[in-house]
Design a protein around this ligand. Structure first.
Ligand code: SF4
Length: 126
């Protein structure tokens, strides 16, 4: 979910899913609804306007679930530290399990971060 990103992080997620990086070969699939997801990817620091929406989406993901923050904005608020319009970073709103740093992070880093989340999810499922 884009919660205020400049879209560059989102483009890197798409690149991760496209044939060059082919994340699906590891079993990483994009789903059309949070109700079918195990992991919620969040890009961008959270704006005041979207704060309630991200909470609604988070509630729709079934347990056990994980949250991955992609990029510096969502992890630390980045360049928006002083902005009155930002409620983030993401961990001020939701419990975050994995942070993937970068501006934007490369697809290799995103795959690595999702693999780390996968390990954590497997432990939760046991
Ligand atoms: S971390 Fe960088 S690329 Fe990602 S949303 Fe923020 S400014 Fe854009």
């Amino acid at each position: 979910m884009n919660t205020g990103s400049c879209n560059a992080c989102d483009i890197e997620i798409l690149a991760t899913l496209m044939p060059r990086y082919d994340a699906e070969r590891f079993g990483i699939k994009l789903v059309g609804s949070p109700r079918h997801a195990d992991v919620l990817l969040v890009t961008g620091t959270v704006t005041e306007k979207i704060k309630d929406n991200i909470l609604q989406v988070y509630e729709q993901v079934p347990e056990p679930k994980l949250v991955i923050v992609i990029g510096g904005c969502g992890s630390t608020k980045g360049v928006f530290q002083e902005s009155y319009a930002m409620a983030g970073p993401v961990d001020a709103i939701l419990p975050v399990d994995v942070y993937i740093p970068g501006c934007p992070p490369r697809p290799e880093a995103i795959i690595y971060g999702i693999a780390k989340a996968w390990e954590k999810l497997e432990k939760l499922q046991k």
